[in-house]
Design a protein around this ligand. Structure first.
Ligand code: NDP
Ligand code: 8X3
Length: 251
């Protein structure tokens, strides 16, 4: 049966791949991001390829007012949201605690933690009305183990793991499933953003092994939404076969 899926950070990487996977299965989509023209192109592609209904919402998850305004503007035909995917996020820098940049830390907290909270709070009344909704939070292996020079990114993803656990407890009476997906290294724009456009450093992250692709994570996100109403996958740690955890990557 067709569901309505709201995806944050749909302009690239996992979010874009999720939009394609959920659309291919005939779902109705609300795709969100910061880049209006990219969202418009994505909508055009999804509609023409999969013949689905798509609504776009352009906002920065760091901006509380913009988040609530955007969610309040969702047309009636899209308001029965079945699945919220909190995917928008980023790492900035790979520095020791003593060298890391405070602005980078603040952007990661504002995006990965506060942004996820704002979007969840704004969408929650619609999820509660739905009566059998599902929240999927994209964490990371960095939210399971802290690695060298990962300081604030790891902390922000540990927060995503903790928030997911807390949501799952508090939302039990509302019958809302909460799944935290923790991917390992995946080849997207993630490293280019982390290294601020340094393509050599970004490419080096994925050299010598076959990393996850965005579509792998999208397929996992889709899978967790296909289970019976009474079955909830609480957490999933997903790495490529060459990676065991944050520390062991066979190149
Ligand atoms: P990408 O950089 O390819 O995609 C990130 C998406 O998040 C983009 O659409 C980006 O939009 C959006 N985004 C970032 N900041 C904001 C913001 N303030 N407001 C709205 N949208 C925003 O990376 P991934 O697809 O890899 O990352 C998706 C999620 O997966 C992130 O939460 C990341 O931490 C997590 N992750 C990634 C892993 C990896 O190895 N790739 C592994 C584990 C987790 P814009 O283009 O405007 O910046
Ligand atoms: C992204 C994976 O290992 O760079 O969350 O933290 S890692």
């Amino acid at each position: 049966m067709s569901k309505t899926i709201l995806i944050t950070g749909a302009t690239s990487g996992f979010g874009e791949a999720m939009a394609h996977v959920f659309a291919a299965a005939g779902n109705k989509l609300i795709v969100t991001g910061r880049k209006e023209s990219v969202l418009a192109r994505l909508k055009e592609t999804l509609v023409s390829k999969h013949n689905v209904t798509v609504h776009t919402l352009c906002f920065d998850v760091q901006n509380k007012e913009a988040v609530f305004e955007a969610v309040n503007s969702i047309p009636a035909a899209f308001k029965n949201i079945d699945v919220l995917i909190n995917n928008a996020g980023l790492a900035l820098g790979r520095d020791t605690f003593q060298d890391a940049n405070l602005d980078d830390w603040e952007t990661m907290i504002d995006t990965n933690v506060k942004g996820l909270l704002y979007v969840s709070k704004a969408v929650l009344p619609l999820l509660i009305q739905n009566k059998k909704a599902h929240i999927i939070n994209i964490g990371s292996t960095a939210g399971v183990e802290v690695y060298k020079e990962g300081n604030l990114y790891c902390a922000s993803k540990h927060a995503v793991a903790a928030i997911s656990k807390s949501m799952r407890i508090d939302l039990l009476p509302q019958h809302i499933k909460v799944t935290a997906i923790h991917p390992g290294a995946a080849e997207t724009n993630f490293s280019s953003t982390r290294f601020k456009g340094d393509g050599i450093k970004a490419a080096a992250v994925y050299e010598g092994y076959k990393a996850l692709e965005a579509v792998d994570v999208a397929n996992v996100a889709y899978y967790v939404t296909t289970l019976p109403d009474h079955v909830c996958i609480n957490e999933l740690l997903v790495t490529c076969t060459s990676q065991a955890n944050s520390f062991y990557l066979h190149k």
